[in-house]
Design a protein around this ligand. Structure first.
Ligand code: NAP
Length: 301
C-alpha cells in the first residue's frame, strides 16, 4: 500500500521512518516544508508541495498533527484529491467528535477513516512500539494492519469512529495523575536529601513505579525537560477529557488540577517543555517553604 505521511513533528518524523523501514512510505508532507524536504532526502521518498498533491499519489495517508482544528483542516485539503477506496489513518490526539466529523467528511468520497491515536511517547514512536487505539470500520482496521504494525506493537480496535479517541482520552487522564504524582514524589525526595539516581533505579523496580517514573524522573533530576510530550499538547488533551466528562455532568478532580498546573507552566513560558516540567511547580513548594523558614527570624518569629 503506497502510504503518505503528514505531520513530521516529534512523533511523526519517527513514525514516517518506521513506515519507510517497512517499505510502505511513498511521500511526506509537513506544514514547515523544510522538515519534509530534509526527511525525503534522508529516506529517498517524495516530498510533494501540498497535502492534496501527496493525497493524489498514495493509497493511504497517515497523519499526526497537533489538535482538532488541524486534523479537520488537513482532512479538508486531502479529501477532494484522495482516490476512491483510499484509507486515512489519523494518529493525532483529538476529540471523539472530531474523529466522527473527519470520517463523515471522507465517507462520501469512498474513503475510510480510522482514528488511531497512539501512546508510548517519542521513544515508542522511534522504536515502533506504540500502543495504538483504533476506532472505525472493522474492514478498514484489517486493511490498515501492515501500516499499524509498522508503527506499533499493541494495536486494538475499540469500535466505531471516535472510540479510539475515547480510549486515548482515558489514557491521558492516567498520564495526568501519574506525572503529577511522580513530580511531587521527586520534589519530596530531593528535599529529603536522597541520592536521586539510586532512588530511580530502586523504586523503578517497585510497586509504585510507572513508565513516567522510569523515563521522566531522570529529566527532573537533571532539571531539563526536552519535548517529549509538550505541556501545551497534554493541556489540549485534558481539555478534551474535561469536555467529554462534562457531557455526563461530571468534573474530574485530577483533570481540573492538572489543567491548572499546566496553565501556570504555560504562563511561565514552559508550554513547549515536556510534561515532566511539572516538577518545577512541585520543587517550588519546597523552595518557597525554605524561603519562609529563612525569613521567619527576620520577621521576629
Ligand atoms: P509536535 O512535535 O508539536 O508536531 C506537530 C506536527 O503537526 C508538526 O509537524 C506540525 O507542523 C504539524 N501541524 C500542526 N498543525 C498543523 C496544521 N494545521 N496543518 C498541517 N500540519 C500541522 O507534536 P507531536 O508531539 O509530534 O504530537 C503530534 C500529535 O500526537 C498530537 O496530537 C499529540 O497530542 C499526539 N501525541 C504526542 C505524544 C508525545 O509524546 N509527543 C504522544 C502521543 C500522542 P510544523 O512542523 O509546521 O509545526
Amino acid at each position: 500500500m503506497r502510504t503518505g505521511f503528514i505531520g513530521l513533528g516529534a512523533m511523526g518524523a519517527h513514525m514516517a521512518r518506521n513506515l519507510h523501514k517497512a517499505g510502505l512510505l511513498a511521500a511526506v508532507w509537513n506544514r514547515t516544508a523544510a522538515k519534509a524536504k530534509a526527511l525525503a532526502r534522508e529516506l529517498g521518498c517524495r516530498a510533494p508541495d501540498s497535502p492534496a498533491d501527496l493525497a493524489r499519489e498514495v493509497d493511504a495517508v497517515v497523519m499526526c498533527v497537533s489538535a482538532d482544528g488541524d486534523v479537520l483542516e488537513v482532512v479538508e485539503k486531502i479529501a477532494p484529491a484522495l482516490k476512491n477506496g483510499a484509507l486515512v489513518i489519523d494518529c493525532s490526539t483529538v476529540s471523539a467528535e472530531t474523529a466522527r466529523r473527519a470520517a463523515q467528511m471522507l465517507a462520501p468520497r469512498g474513503v475510510q477513516f480510522l482514528d488511531s491515536p497512539v501512546s508510548g511517547g517519542v521513544e515508542g514512536a522511534r522504536d515502533g512500539t506504540l500502543a495504538i487505539m483504533v476506532g472505525g470500520e472493522e474492514e478498514a482496521f484489517e486493511r490498515a494492519q501492515p501500516i499499524l504494525k509498522a508503527l506499533g506493537r499493541t494495536i486494538t480496535h475499540f469500535g466505531p469512529s471516535g472510540s479510539g479517541q475515547a480510549a486515548k482520552a482515558t489514557n491521558q487522564i492516567m498520564c495526568a495523575g501519574i506525572i503529577e504524582t511522580v513530580a511531587e514524589a521527586m520534589a519530596f525526595a530531593r528535599a529529603q536529601g536522597l541520592p536521586l539516581d539510586k532512588l530511580v533505579d530502586t523504586l523503578g523496580k517497585g510497586a509504585g513505579s510507572s513508565w513516567y517514573f522510569v523515563h521522566r524522573a531522570p529529566y527532573m533530576i537533571r532539571g531539563s525537560y526536552p519535548a517529549g510530550f509538550r505541556v501545551r499538547l497534554h493541556a489540549k488533551d485534558l481539555g478534551i477529557c474535561r469536555d467529554m466528562a462534562a457531557r455526563f455532568g461530571v468534573s474530574l478532580p485530577v483533570v481540573e488540577r492538572m489543567l491548572d498546573e499546566y496553565a501556570k507552566l504555560i504562563d511561565q513560558g514552559y508550554g513547549d517543555e515536556d510534561i515532566s516540567a511539572t516538577f518545577r511547580l512541585k520543587a517550588e513548594l519546597f523552595e518557597r517553604a525554605a524561603g519562609r523558614d529563612e525569613a521567619a527570624p527576620a520577621r521576629g518569629k
